[in-house]
Design a protein around this ligand. Sequence first.
Ligand SMILES: Nc1ncnc2c1ncn2[C@@H]1O[C@H](COP(=O)(O)OP(=O)(O)O)[C@@H](O)[C@H]1O
Ligand SMILES: [Mg+2]
Length: 237
Amino acid sequence: MSSFLQVTGLRVHYGVIEAVKGIDFSLERGKITTLLGANGAGKSTTLLALSGLIRATAGSVMLDGVELRKLPSHRIVANGLVQVPEGREILTSLTVRENLLLGAYRRQRTGEIDSDLENSLELFPRLRERVDGTAGNLSGGEQQMLAIARALMAKPRLLLLDEPSMGLAPLLVQEIFRTLRDLNQRGLTIFLVEQNARQALKIADYAYVMENGAIVLSGPSAELLENPKVVEAYLGA
Ligand SMILES: Nc1ncnc2c1ncn2[C@@H]1O[C@H](COP(=O)(O)OP(=O)(O)O)[C@@H](O)[C@H]1O
Ligand SMILES: [Mg+2]
């Protein structure tokens, strides 16, 4: 059986610099896969290329049999690949509800939007309490939840997240990871980039490790958690 997402020979350049050097990887349907690596390894660039927010210079990105690599980003979203942006990109002067509805603006069939909004709020009770308040008044953790909830409004089949735990207090990090596991248990396929390698490996089924624009290691998360090289480089003592 072929993978849900199959990436082959993906290359991305910034000018003459090659930030992603022809990587191959795949994601299995219904699983959480994590992409680990030090700062500057090329993780964000990889996600942005999958989302079509930057153009890959070569390679193939097949989602469930459809080639996405040359599609504009809104068509990629329409195919079910949706990224929660790094830095969240919440519109702080709008309400929580308005931010959520923006996640659905590309959708053709508007009939289900109310029930999707309801589902999102069910997943994030903190957002429900503040749904008609200004998004700018949310804490960092709540803004991250809003960014995830907004991405869900686009009806993803594959959700990409770039360091969702960044800058959050430990309790909120736990809450975000718990939510990701919940979403996965409801059938969502997740591709998670994280600096917090230990937490990411704990919820992921499979992991890739990136260094200098290349994938240098991969395996089931449980194995990487015990791999001495991974422990030394990414998990600390
Ligand atoms: N907009 C950009 N212009 C030029 N170089 C960039 C840009 N964004 C990232 N880079 C470089 O590409 C490499 C990979 O960056 P990035 O994908 O952000 O890594 P990571 O997310 O793993 O920290 C780094 O060397 C970084 O300096
Ligand atoms: Mg990054």
